[in-house]
Design a protein around this ligand. Sequence first.
Ligand code: PRT
Ligand code: ZN
Length: 284
Amino acid sequence: MLRIAIQKSGRLFEDSVALLHDAGISFGSNPGRLLRAQADNFPLEIIFLRDDDIPEYVEEGVVDAGIIGENVVLEKQKNVRTVERLGFGKCRLSLAMPKSTAYDGVQSLQNLRIATTYGRVLAAFLEKNNIRADIHEISGAVEIAPSLGLADAIFDIVSTGSTLLANGLREVETVLESEALLVANLALETPKQEILARLLFRLHANRNAKNHRYILMNAPNDRLHEIARIIPGMKSPTVLPLAVEGWSSLHSVVPEAVFWDVLEQLKAAGAEGILVVPIERMIV
Ligand code: PRT
Ligand code: ZN
Protein backbone atom coordinates (compact mmCIF):
# COMPACT_ATOMS: atom_id res chain seq x y z
CA MET A 1 0.00 0.00 0.00
CA LEU A 2 1.31 3.44 -0.96
CA ARG A 3 0.09 6.47 0.93
CA ILE A 4 -0.11 9.72 -1.02
CA ALA A 5 -1.01 13.18 0.26
CA ILE A 6 -2.86 15.69 -1.87
CA GLN A 7 -4.20 19.15 -1.05
CA LYS A 8 -7.50 18.98 0.83
CA SER A 9 -8.93 22.00 -0.92
CA GLY A 10 -7.46 24.80 -2.96
CA ARG A 11 -5.84 25.33 -6.29
CA LEU A 12 -4.18 21.93 -6.61
CA PHE A 13 -7.06 19.82 -5.34
CA GLU A 14 -9.05 19.28 -8.54
CA ASP A 15 -6.08 18.61 -10.79
CA SER A 16 -4.59 16.21 -8.24
CA VAL A 17 -7.83 14.24 -8.04
CA ALA A 18 -8.14 14.27 -11.84
CA LEU A 19 -4.56 13.03 -12.22
CA LEU A 20 -5.32 9.98 -10.07
CA HIS A 21 -8.70 9.36 -11.68
CA ASP A 22 -7.17 9.55 -15.18
CA ALA A 23 -4.67 6.95 -14.02
CA GLY A 24 -7.65 4.66 -13.49
CA ILE A 25 -7.62 4.99 -9.72
CA SER A 26 -11.06 5.36 -8.17
CA PHE A 27 -11.71 6.46 -4.62
CA GLY A 28 -15.27 7.61 -4.28
CA SER A 29 -17.24 10.35 -5.94
CA ASN A 30 -16.88 13.10 -3.36
CA PRO A 31 -13.29 13.10 -2.11
CA GLY A 32 -13.38 16.77 -1.08
CA ARG A 33 -15.18 15.99 2.16
CA LEU A 34 -12.87 13.21 3.28
CA LEU A 35 -9.64 13.30 5.21
CA ARG A 36 -8.50 9.99 3.83
CA ALA A 37 -9.70 7.58 1.19
CA GLN A 38 -8.77 4.13 0.06
CA ALA A 39 -8.63 3.40 -3.67
CA ASP A 40 -10.91 0.51 -4.69
CA ASN A 41 -8.76 -0.77 -7.52
CA PHE A 42 -5.14 0.19 -6.74
CA PRO A 43 -2.98 -0.20 -3.61
CA LEU A 44 -3.19 3.50 -2.80
CA GLU A 45 -4.40 5.44 0.20
CA ILE A 46 -5.07 9.14 -0.37
CA ILE A 47 -4.66 11.57 2.54
CA PHE A 48 -6.07 15.10 2.19
CA LEU A 49 -3.91 17.77 3.84
CA ARG A 50 -3.08 21.46 3.80
CA ASP A 51 -0.39 21.93 1.19
CA ASP A 52 2.04 23.46 3.71
CA ASP A 53 2.10 20.24 5.75
CA ILE A 54 2.80 17.87 2.88
CA PRO A 55 6.62 18.25 2.56
CA GLU A 56 7.15 17.50 6.24
CA TYR A 57 4.80 14.52 6.21
CA VAL A 58 6.63 13.11 3.18
CA GLU A 59 10.06 13.68 4.73
CA GLU A 60 9.02 11.95 7.93
CA GLY A 61 7.37 9.07 6.12
CA VAL A 62 3.92 9.75 7.57
CA VAL A 63 2.93 9.60 3.91
CA ASP A 64 5.05 8.04 1.17
CA ALA A 65 4.42 10.62 -1.52
CA GLY A 66 2.65 13.89 -2.12
CA ILE A 67 1.46 16.31 -4.78
CA ILE A 68 2.55 19.81 -3.99
CA GLY A 69 3.63 23.12 -5.55
CA GLU A 70 7.34 23.43 -6.21
CA ASN A 71 7.21 26.82 -4.48
CA VAL A 72 6.15 25.11 -1.23
CA VAL A 73 8.71 22.31 -1.61
CA LEU A 74 11.52 24.85 -1.98
CA GLU A 75 10.30 27.03 0.86
CA LYS A 76 9.92 24.19 3.34
CA GLN A 77 13.41 22.79 2.60
CA LYS A 78 12.47 19.26 3.55
CA ASN A 79 14.38 16.25 2.29
CA VAL A 80 12.09 14.79 -0.34
CA ARG A 81 12.70 13.41 -3.80
CA THR A 82 11.03 14.98 -6.83
CA VAL A 83 9.64 12.08 -8.81
CA GLU A 84 7.75 13.93 -11.52
CA ARG A 85 6.84 17.41 -12.70
CA LEU A 86 3.09 17.31 -13.21
CA GLY A 87 2.45 20.27 -15.50
CA PHE A 88 -0.42 21.86 -13.58
CA GLY A 89 -0.58 24.50 -10.82
CA LYS A 90 1.75 26.65 -12.88
CA CYS A 91 2.71 29.99 -11.40
CA ARG A 92 5.81 32.02 -10.69
CA LEU A 93 7.38 33.45 -7.60
CA SER A 94 8.18 37.03 -8.40
CA LEU A 95 9.28 40.30 -6.91
CA ALA A 96 6.89 43.18 -7.42
CA MET A 97 7.01 46.86 -6.61
CA PRO A 98 4.61 49.80 -6.70
CA LYS A 99 4.16 50.99 -10.29
CA SER A 100 5.59 54.38 -9.45
CA THR A 101 8.87 53.02 -8.04
CA ALA A 102 11.82 52.90 -10.41
CA TYR A 103 13.37 49.48 -10.94
CA ASP A 104 16.73 49.15 -12.55
CA GLY A 105 17.77 45.55 -11.97
CA VAL A 106 18.31 43.60 -8.76
CA GLN A 107 20.54 46.33 -7.32
CA SER A 108 17.37 48.41 -6.90
CA LEU A 109 16.35 45.99 -4.14
CA GLN A 110 19.32 46.96 -1.97
CA ASN A 111 18.18 47.82 1.60
CA LEU A 112 14.47 47.60 0.77
CA ARG A 113 11.83 46.05 3.01
CA ILE A 114 10.31 43.10 1.15
CA ALA A 115 7.14 41.40 2.39
CA THR A 116 6.60 37.71 1.62
CA THR A 117 5.38 34.34 2.82
CA TYR A 118 8.35 32.75 1.01
CA GLY A 119 11.19 33.99 3.21
CA ARG A 120 13.65 31.18 2.48
CA VAL A 121 13.33 31.24 -1.29
CA LEU A 122 13.66 35.03 -1.20
CA ALA A 123 16.69 34.92 1.13
CA ALA A 124 18.44 32.48 -1.19
CA PHE A 125 17.75 34.71 -4.22
CA LEU A 126 18.98 37.84 -2.45
CA GLU A 127 22.10 36.10 -1.22
CA LYS A 128 22.91 34.80 -4.69
CA ASN A 129 22.69 38.37 -5.98
CA ASN A 130 24.58 39.94 -3.08
CA ILE A 131 21.60 42.03 -2.05
CA ARG A 132 21.01 43.02 1.53
CA ALA A 133 17.35 43.59 2.20
CA ASP A 134 14.96 43.37 5.10
CA ILE A 135 12.72 40.35 4.64
CA HIS A 136 9.37 40.90 6.29
CA GLU A 137 7.65 37.52 6.68
CA ILE A 138 3.89 37.73 6.89
CA SER A 139 1.35 34.96 6.59
CA GLY A 140 -0.96 36.34 3.91
CA ALA A 141 -2.36 39.35 2.04
CA VAL A 142 1.17 40.15 0.92
CA GLU A 143 -0.02 42.30 -1.97
CA ILE A 144 -1.40 45.02 0.26
CA ALA A 145 1.80 45.42 2.31
CA PRO A 146 3.26 48.23 0.14
CA SER A 147 0.06 50.30 0.22
CA LEU A 148 -0.07 49.91 4.00
CA GLY A 149 3.47 51.24 4.22
CA LEU A 150 4.67 47.91 5.59
CA ALA A 151 7.06 47.17 2.74
CA ASP A 152 8.71 48.65 -0.36
CA ALA A 153 8.34 45.51 -2.42
CA ILE A 154 6.76 42.09 -2.23
CA PHE A 155 7.78 38.59 -3.19
CA ASP A 156 4.78 36.41 -3.97
CA ILE A 157 3.06 33.98 -6.29
CA VAL A 158 1.88 35.45 -9.56
CA SER A 159 -0.28 33.70 -12.09
CA THR A 160 -2.21 36.05 -14.37
CA GLY A 161 -0.81 39.15 -12.69
CA SER A 162 -4.25 40.65 -12.11
CA THR A 163 -3.84 40.67 -8.33
CA LEU A 164 -0.66 42.72 -8.68
CA LEU A 165 -2.37 45.07 -11.08
CA ALA A 166 -5.34 45.54 -8.75
CA ASN A 167 -2.92 46.54 -6.01
CA GLY A 168 -0.94 49.00 -8.10
CA LEU A 169 2.09 46.72 -8.31
CA ARG A 170 4.21 45.53 -11.22
CA GLU A 171 6.30 42.42 -11.51
CA VAL A 172 9.97 43.35 -11.66
CA GLU A 173 11.80 40.02 -11.31
CA THR A 174 10.74 36.41 -11.81
CA VAL A 175 12.64 34.22 -9.38
CA LEU A 176 11.03 30.80 -9.87
CA GLU A 177 8.75 29.16 -12.45
CA SER A 178 6.75 26.69 -10.40
CA GLU A 179 4.39 23.81 -11.08
CA ALA A 180 2.93 20.93 -9.10
CA LEU A 181 5.38 18.14 -8.30
CA LEU A 182 4.98 14.54 -7.29
CA VAL A 183 7.44 14.09 -4.44
CA ALA A 184 8.34 10.99 -2.47
CA ASN A 185 10.05 9.95 0.72
CA LEU A 186 13.76 9.28 0.27
CA ALA A 187 13.71 5.79 1.78
CA LEU A 188 10.70 4.00 0.32
CA GLU A 189 10.69 0.25 0.83
CA THR A 190 10.79 -1.84 -2.32
CA PRO A 191 7.08 -2.79 -2.39
CA LYS A 192 6.16 0.90 -2.13
CA GLN A 193 8.65 1.81 -4.85
CA GLU A 194 7.00 -0.76 -7.07
CA ILE A 195 3.58 0.79 -6.53
CA LEU A 196 5.02 4.23 -7.23
CA ALA A 197 6.54 2.88 -10.45
CA ARG A 198 3.13 1.50 -11.48
CA LEU A 199 1.56 4.89 -10.81
CA LEU A 200 4.28 6.62 -12.84
CA PHE A 201 3.78 4.21 -15.73
CA ARG A 202 0.14 5.28 -15.87
CA LEU A 203 0.94 8.98 -15.57
CA HIS A 204 3.43 8.70 -18.43
CA ALA A 205 0.96 6.82 -20.62
CA ASN A 206 -1.56 9.60 -20.10
CA ARG A 207 0.92 12.38 -20.68
CA ASN A 208 2.29 10.80 -23.84
CA ALA A 209 -1.23 10.34 -25.13
CA LYS A 210 -2.08 13.96 -24.44
CA ASN A 211 1.10 15.15 -26.20
CA HIS A 212 0.55 13.16 -29.39
CA ARG A 213 -1.96 12.69 -32.19
CA TYR A 214 -2.62 9.70 -34.37
CA ILE A 215 -2.70 10.59 -38.04
CA LEU A 216 -3.98 8.61 -41.01
CA MET A 217 -3.80 9.60 -44.64
CA ASN A 218 -3.90 8.27 -48.17
CA ALA A 219 -1.05 8.83 -50.58
CA PRO A 220 0.01 7.78 -54.06
CA ASN A 221 2.70 5.09 -53.82
CA ASP A 222 5.28 7.21 -55.65
CA ARG A 223 5.04 9.79 -52.85
CA LEU A 224 5.34 7.37 -49.93
CA HIS A 225 9.03 7.83 -49.48
CA GLU A 226 8.86 11.60 -49.29
CA ILE A 227 5.83 11.53 -46.99
CA ALA A 228 7.40 9.03 -44.63
CA ARG A 229 10.33 11.38 -44.19
CA ILE A 230 8.03 14.22 -43.09
CA ILE A 231 6.39 12.22 -40.32
CA PRO A 232 8.32 12.37 -37.03
CA GLY A 233 6.58 9.24 -35.77
CA MET A 234 7.45 6.73 -33.06
CA LYS A 235 9.18 4.37 -35.49
CA SER A 236 8.45 4.24 -39.20
CA PRO A 237 4.84 4.79 -40.30
CA THR A 238 2.52 1.88 -40.93
CA VAL A 239 1.81 1.55 -44.67
CA LEU A 240 -1.19 -0.43 -45.88
CA PRO A 241 -2.23 -0.89 -49.52
CA LEU A 242 -5.57 0.64 -50.52
CA ALA A 243 -8.04 -1.25 -52.67
CA VAL A 244 -7.35 1.32 -55.39
CA GLU A 245 -4.24 0.40 -57.38
CA GLY A 246 -1.20 2.62 -56.77
CA TRP A 247 -2.39 4.13 -53.46
CA SER A 248 -1.59 3.39 -49.82
CA SER A 249 -2.78 4.41 -46.40
CA LEU A 250 -0.18 5.71 -43.92
CA HIS A 251 -0.65 5.73 -40.15
CA SER A 252 1.61 7.34 -37.64
CA VAL A 253 1.89 9.17 -34.34
CA VAL A 254 2.91 12.82 -34.35
CA PRO A 255 3.81 15.08 -31.42
CA GLU A 256 1.10 17.61 -30.61
CA ALA A 257 3.63 20.44 -30.72
CA VAL A 258 4.39 19.99 -34.42
CA PHE A 259 1.33 18.41 -35.94
CA TRP A 260 0.01 21.53 -37.69
CA ASP A 261 3.36 21.99 -39.43
CA VAL A 262 3.44 18.33 -40.32
CA LEU A 263 -0.10 18.48 -41.73
CA GLU A 264 0.82 21.35 -44.05
CA GLN A 265 3.91 19.53 -45.27
CA LEU A 266 1.98 16.31 -45.80
CA LYS A 267 -0.66 18.05 -47.84
CA ALA A 268 1.98 19.76 -49.94
CA ALA A 269 3.69 16.40 -50.50
CA GLY A 270 0.51 14.88 -51.94
CA ALA A 271 -1.22 13.24 -48.95
CA GLU A 272 -5.02 13.19 -49.11
CA GLY A 273 -7.87 12.40 -46.76
CA ILE A 274 -5.77 13.21 -43.72
CA LEU A 275 -7.38 12.32 -40.38
CA VAL A 276 -6.07 13.40 -37.00
CA VAL A 277 -7.42 11.57 -33.95
CA PRO A 278 -6.73 11.84 -30.23
CA ILE A 279 -4.92 9.00 -28.45
CA GLU A 280 -6.48 7.54 -25.32
CA ARG A 281 -3.31 6.08 -23.74
CA MET A 282 0.20 5.73 -25.13
CA ILE A 283 3.00 3.48 -23.90
CA VAL A 284 6.37 4.04 -25.54
O1 PRT B 1 -5.26 25.61 2.31
P1 PRT B 1 -3.89 25.35 1.81
O2 PRT B 1 -2.80 25.82 2.72
O3 PRT B 1 -3.75 23.92 1.38
O4 PRT B 1 -3.78 26.17 0.42
P2 PRT B 1 -3.12 27.58 0.13
O5 PRT B 1 -4.16 28.62 0.31
O6 PRT B 1 -1.81 27.73 0.83
O7 PRT B 1 -2.71 27.41 -1.41
P3 PRT B 1 -3.58 27.63 -2.74
O8 PRT B 1 -4.64 26.59 -2.83
O9 PRT B 1 -3.95 29.05 -2.94
O10 PRT B 1 -2.42 27.30 -3.81
C1 PRT B 1 -1.82 26.06 -3.86
C2 PRT B 1 -0.69 26.11 -4.88
O11 PRT B 1 -1.20 26.47 -6.15
C3 PRT B 1 0.38 27.15 -4.62
O12 PRT B 1 1.32 26.73 -3.65
C4 PRT B 1 1.01 27.26 -6.00
O13 PRT B 1 1.93 26.23 -6.20
C5 PRT B 1 -0.16 27.04 -6.95
N1 PRT B 1 -0.70 28.28 -7.59
C6 PRT B 1 -0.88 28.44 -8.92
C7 PRT B 1 -1.07 29.42 -7.00
C8 PRT B 1 -1.51 30.31 -8.01
N2 PRT B 1 -1.38 29.65 -9.19
C9 PRT B 1 -1.98 31.63 -7.66
N3 PRT B 1 -2.36 32.41 -8.55
N4 PRT B 1 -1.12 29.81 -5.69
C10 PRT B 1 -1.58 31.03 -5.39
N5 PRT B 1 -1.99 31.97 -6.30
C11 PRT B 1 -2.47 33.28 -5.78
C12 PRT B 1 -1.51 34.45 -6.01
O14 PRT B 1 -0.65 34.56 -4.90
C13 PRT B 1 -2.45 35.64 -6.05
O15 PRT B 1 -2.65 36.16 -4.76
O16 PRT B 1 -3.61 33.63 -6.43
C14 PRT B 1 -3.75 35.03 -6.51
C15 PRT B 1 -4.17 35.35 -7.90
O17 PRT B 1 -3.10 35.34 -8.80
P4 PRT B 1 -3.12 36.21 -10.14
O18 PRT B 1 -1.66 36.54 -10.49
O19 PRT B 1 -3.72 35.31 -11.17
O20 PRT B 1 -3.92 37.42 -9.89
ZN1 ZN C 1 -1.01 26.61 2.16
